[in-house]
Design a binder for this molecule. Sequence first.
Ligand SMILES: C[S@@+](CC[C@H](N)C(=O)[O-])C[C@H]1O[C@@H](n2cnc3c(N)ncnc32)[C@H](O)[C@@H]1O
Length: 219
Amino acid sequence: MSASSIEQPADLELVRTSYDRVADNYVEMNLGDITTYPWLRSAMDGFAASVRGLGPVLDVGCGPGDVTAYLAEHGLDVSGVDLSPRMIEHARRLYPGQRFAVASATELELAESSLGGILGWWSLFNLPRHVLPSVIQSFARALVPGGQVIIATHKGDGEIVRTEAYGAVPVSWTTYLWQPDDLWAILAAAGLEPVAELRLTQSVAGVPSLVLVAQRNGQ
Ligand SMILES: C[S@@+](CC[C@H](N)C(=O)[O-])C[C@H]1O[C@@H](n2cnc3c(N)ncnc32)[C@H](O)[C@@H]1O
């Protein structure tokens, strides 16, 4: 599945401008810092240890780059992309030694078998339900055998239409909630095998959340 064949979400520009509007508060509130959340940190440590040495790692929806920088500190060759130019401005300012670019998860032209790891860390839940499978297929194709994808997202049924976020900033986006079985089915359909699942009864945002790790087979 190449990016050119992925449907672009109808609300992509609204989502982009919404994250541009919240980016300053997101940084101010230090929301990307996993070191304050021991379970998230341990999941990320497990991922880092698993993909180290397999090839470059791409943090898709990296926001202000805190996790990208965390992985770089842990010895990974990592770069970040994000839909929001303002998020990327912050990432470049905060972590000038790291590589960041503006791009949507739906428009990445990822070369086959080019990455050891891919993150969708709290960044794929705005993708419409029918678009996520193509994005995951593009990730799976980009991984080397044994490479892993790590996804953090909110758990539940249905979706939440957000009109404000991160300090009552006006936004316009939909957060699609996922049940683990449905996400695992999408990962399996893309040829990815389950590695780990962490269920958080509450996330930072007060919504139950999930971390899933899956691996491209064919070692
Ligand atoms: C909740 S923030 C998480 C940021 C970062 N991963 C972190 O943990 O701090 C969600 C991020 O996903 C980005 N995002 C939303 N839709 C995206 C898309 N289609 N492609 C790339 N990034 C996207 C937003 O711009 C925002 O920076």
